[in-house]
Design a protein around this ligand. Structure first.
Ligand SMILES: NC(=O)c1ccc[n+]([C@@H]2O[C@H](COP(=O)([O-])OP(=O)(O)OC[C@H]3O[C@@H](n4cnc5c(N)ncnc54)[C@H](O)[C@@H]3O)[C@@H](O)[C@H]2O)c1
Length: 326
């Protein structure tokens, strides 16, 4: 299959690209390289890989990128509330605005399949005693999630693309060539290795997690699925749900050196447990990696010296210098 991956130079995207190439797909990436493109450098010599540097808001760039592709995976975005708050207009123009461009061009070019990558943050605050499924009401409490909810609606309404699927991923953890240490599990593993204390806020808040390998694997799985099972459908993709206290218990087991304290003062408004049953039952996709695996792998990489400066500010969803520098 010829696949276009927008945002393919990112934390999740670069892992998705490598996974799909390893499955023999031809992959083109459209990315503005807000965080650089080092993650893709090892792939540039492969004849089945192509990078187009450009913006998903630009119609000509999209048109060029989609030529000849069978499927599109849309990952490009400004990710998470802190990054979106840096420049709200800029992030809205990408996280929601660019989706109109994506759908228009994909319909015009005749793309057969589209996977829109969304987030479990869309559930916001939910009844903590039960896991929400895909039919639960959405309660986005940040501009990041509000833009994703609107974009999902646009994607699911489009008729000109035969197979459109929305995947709501849990919070990702694990290693990537475009590393992010602003994600809780990765940050905890780094701090444990560097011998620094970690403050855990809102310890009772539930959150769904997904190992980055499973985030990559699910894309390949959905692309191969019977279109009748996936079109105009939403799937949660979740490995484990944890309160921060249970996350800390795992960390203490895997990384006994971790020094962490529970801090009650800063509330976390996001509190939700998410069911990933639909994708298991409908497509037989069951995440196979764990949060414990991510703790182990990230800690081992930091310990081994893979990151020259693990404190580098660029390992974040906010680029150095903010978005005005872009
Ligand atoms: N990381 C998570 O925990 C998580 C969880 C759920 C869903 N997601 C979704 O996965 C996707 C990727 O997240 P990530 O963590 O890899 O983020 P990331 O910031 O590492 O990657 C985003 C990529 O998109 C590119 N990009 C941004 N704006 C662009 C534009 N206008 N034109 C072209 N490229 C642009 C960036 O250059 C970057 O390479 C996002 O859609 C995000 O909402 C991520």
């Amino acid at each position: 299959m010829k696949i276009l991956i927008t945002g393919g130079a990112g934390y999740v995207g670069s892992r998705v690209v490598s996974h799909l190439l390893s499955q023999g797909h031809q992959v083109r990436v459209l990315d503005r390289l807000l965080y650089g493109g080092e993650a893709l450098l090892p792939l540039t010599a492969m004849p089945i890989f192509e990078l187009q540097v450009g913006d998903v808001r630009n119609r000509d760039a999209m048109l060029q990128a989609m030529q000849g592709t069978d499927a599109v995976i849309h990952l490009a975005g400004i990710v998470g509330e802190p990054a979106c708050n840096v420049d709200k207009e800029f992030s809205w123009s990408i996280n929601h605005g660019a989706v109109a461009n994506l759908l228009e061009v994909a319909s015009e070019v005749g793309v057969g399949r589209l996977i829109f990558v969304s987030t479990c943050s869309n559930y916001g605050v939910a009844e903590p005693n039960a896991a929400v499924d895909e039919d639960a009401p959405l309660n986005p409490i940040s501009d990041y999630a509000r833009a994703k909810v609107l974009a999902e609606g646009d994607v699911l309404r489009v008729n000109a693309i035969p197979t459109v699927t929305v995947l709501r991923l849990g919070t990702i953890c694990g290693l990537s060539a475009r590393m992010r240490f602003d994600l809780l599990v990765n940050e905890m593993a780094r701090e444990a290795v560097l011998g620094r204390p970690v403050d855990i806020f809102a310890p009772e808040a539930w959150r769904p997690y997904l190992h980055i390998d499973d985030a990559a694997a699910v894309m390949g799985h959905v692309l191969k699925a019977d279109p009748a099972l996936v079109t105009r459908r939403v799937f949660n993709v979740v490995g484990e749900n944890h309160q921060k206290t249970s996350l800390l218990a795992i960390a203490r087991e895997v990384l006994p050196e971790i020094q962490a304290s529970i801090v009650q003062r800063k509330p976390d408004l996001r509190d939700y447990r998410v069911s990933g049953d639909r994708i298991v039952k409908t497509l037989g996709f069951r995440p196979s990696r764990t949060v414990a695996d991510a703790f182990r792998e990230v800690a081992a990489a930091v310990k081994a010296g893979f990151f020259r400066d693990p404190d580098w500010a660029g390992y974040s969803a906010i680029p150095i210098g903010g978005f005005s520098a872009q």
